[in-house]
Ligand binder design. Sequence first.
Ligand code: 3H9
Length: 712
Amino acid sequence: MSTTETSSAPVHVSLHEGVQVVRIDNPPVNAIGSAVRQGLLAAMAQADADANVKAVLIVGAGRAFIAGADIREFGQAPVPPSLPEVCQRIEACGKPVVAAIHGAALGGGLEIALSAHYRLALPGAQLGLPEVLLGLLPGSGGTQRTPRLMGVKAATGLMLSGKPLGAQAALAAGLVDQLSQGSDPETEGLAYVQDLLARQMPVRPTSATLGRLADKATAQAELDALKAETAKTSRGLFSPMKIIECVQAALDMPFAQGIQFERAQFLACIDSPQRAGLIHAFFAEREVVKVPEARAAAPRPLSALAVVGGGTMGAGITVAALNAGFPVTMIERDAESLARGRSHVEKVYDGLIAKGRMTPEAKAATMARYTGSTRYDDVAPADLVIEAVFENLEVKQAVFRELDRVCKPGAVLATNTSYLDIDAIAAVTQRPQDVIGLHFFSPANIMKLLEIVVPSKVSADAVATAFELAKRLGKMPVRAGVCDGFIGNRILAVYKEVAEHMVEDGASPYEIDEAVRGFGYPMGPFQVTDLAGGDIGWATRKRRAATRDPQARYVEVADRICERGWFGQKTGRGFYLYPQGARTGQPDPEVLAIVDAERARKGIAPRRFTAEDIMRRYMAAMVNEAAKVVEEGIALRPLDVDVTFLCGYGFPRHRGGPMKWADMQGLDKVLADIRAFAQEDPRFWKPAPLLERLVAQGQDFDSLNKAAPAGR
Ligand code: 3H9
C-alpha cells in the first residue's frame, strides 16, 4: 500500500510497506537524461534520510527498465550529476537496493541495475552493454562491475559484442540473482524485496568484492587472449581496445581508481569522431522510416505475397519473405524455370542445414509456405507482388500488363529494378497508383537495404505498405525518387568513374582498393566488380555507349579486361587473379600491362597517388553526386543517403555515412577539393549547387536533416 508519493517527473518515489519504490518514467524507453539523474540522486538521499524506508526498489515504467544514457546528450555540454556519480550514490545507499528488470536494461540502464545490491529479471528482460556499437564503452562502472560479477571472459564478451543476454542467460552468467515469472516489475520486485528483508539480506555493493576477479592469473590469461583477438578484429575501431584497457584496470586497480580510469577512457571515446559517426548512424536509421507518405496513410493489408521470377533476385526475395512468415507464390514462365527457382530457394536452406543453423523440420515448415506456379492467375490472392525478372524495360512492362490483368484490386505491384524508369512501368497498367519500386540488394535474403522507389502516380498508402513490408522483412527502407540508379547506384556510378580516372592517371586498381579498405570499407571497388561479375557493368556500358557524351572522359581499361573474357571471380580472373577458384584475388601483372597500354594510347604520363589523394577524390565525387541527389529530391534528406550507403554499400559505419563524413571534414574543404579537381576536368567535377549554397551559408548537411521534410 502506498503511503507517500513524491512525483518529480520523470522519477516517481512512493513508499510501500517500508520499501521505497523508485519508478523511472521517461517514455519511450526511459533513457537517462539529466532530469532522471537528478531524480535518482534525490530519491537515494530520501531513502537514506527516511527512517521508514527499509529497502529501495528501482523499476522502469512502460516497456523497458532503462535503455541507457540519453544518447542525445552526448556531444553537448554535460549537465550534472553525471551517471557515474548517480551509480556510486545508488551503490552507497545504506539500505538494500534492488533493481527489478523488465524489457531493455541496456548500457547505463544496466549499470544502474549493477549498482543496486540485488537484481531480479522478469521474462523478456534484455540485459546488455551495447555502448561499443555507438563508439563508446560502459562509462558508469560497467567495465569494473561486470568482470567482478561475470568473470573477465563473459563480461568482456558482453561489452565487445554489444549483444544483450536474456533473463535466463543473465542468471547463468551471474548478472542477476533471481528470475520471476510475473509481468509487472513493481509487483514482482516488491515480493522479492520483502523476501530479502525477511531473510535479513544485507547491503551488498559489488565494488566491495573482487568476485570473479579473485583468481587473477586466470582472469589475466582470459584478458590476454581477448586482447590479441580484438587487436585483429576491431579493424580500426577505437572503443573495443579501450574496453580491454578498462577491464585490465579492473584487474590491476582498486575499484575507485578503476572507475576514474574508466571515466577518462569514456570521455576519450565521447571525443572521438567514431562516436559522432556511430551515433549519427543510430538516429539516421530511426529517422529514415519517417517519410511523408507513411505519416499520411496507413498501410494496406499485407498477408500474402507473390514473386515473379525465380532467378537469383527472385529467389532471394522469396527467401526473405518466407523467413518473415509470409506465404509466397513464385511465378515462372515454364516448369523448368520454376524448378530452378524453387531449387535456388531450397539451396539457401540446405546451406543453413549444412552449417547446423537450421533443422530439416524447420526447412519443411518454411517451404510449406512456398507455392510455385507457371500461371499468372495464381497471383490473384496476393496483397503485394514483386516482379524480379530480367532488367529490361520491355520485359518488365510485359509482366506488368499481366499483373494488371490478374491482380486483385488494391494489390501493390512492385518492381525490383536497379535502374529502370518505374513511371514507364506504371504507365502500362490501369492502376499506376498501386505501382512502386522495391530495389532489393543481392543477396536479397541477407542485405539490409531496401530502396523504396516512389514514382509520380503512386498513392501514399501503397508507399506506406512498402515501408510496412520492409519492417516485416527486417530490412532498412530508404525512400528514393525515380532517376537512373535511384540513390545508391546513381552515386556509385560517379565515384566508380573517378576510381577509373585515377587508374588511368597513375594509381593501380590495387592501390585504390587498398586505400578504400584503409578508409574502412570491407572491399575496394575493383574487388566488388570482380565479385559481382565484370560483365554486368560491361553490358550497361555498351548499352549506354550511343548516348554517352562524346566529350566526357571515358576510361576503357575495364572494357579491355572484359574483352578478354575476364569477368572476375567466376572466370578465375578480372582485375585480380583467382587461381584454383581462390576467393581472395592476387594482383595481376597483365592487368597492369593493360593499364599501361591504355595510358600510353592516350598519352597520359602516370603520376603518384597517395592513399589520402585517392580517398579525397573518391569521397569528393561521392559527396558531390549525393548533394545533387538530395537537391533533386531523389533522397528526402542527407541522412537517407547515409543510411543507403551504410546498409547497402559497405560504407564504414563509424564514419556515419558519406554526408556525415563530409560534415565532419567541413563542407568548405570538400568543395575546395572539388573546385581544385575541376581545374583538370571541369566536365566531370561540377560542384553541386546545394554544396555551394551550404558552404556560402556556413551550414552543413545535418542542418537539412533537422529541417522537417514536407508532410512531417
Ligand atoms: C550509455 O548508456 C553510456 C553509459 O554507459 C555511460 C554514460 C556516462 N537515448 O529503437 P527504437 C529512442 S550509451 C535516447 O525505435 P525499439 C529512439 O531514438 C546508451 N533516445 O525502439 C526512438 O526515438 P524516436 C546505451 C533513445 O523498440 C525511440 O527511443 N544504450 C535511446 O526498436 C524508440 O527506439 C543503447 O545503446 C537512448 N539511449 O528498440 C540502447 N534509445 O521514436 C539504444 C532509444 O523519436 N537503444 N531511443 O525515433 C536501443 O537499442 C533500442 O532503442 C531499444 C528499443 C532496444 C531500447
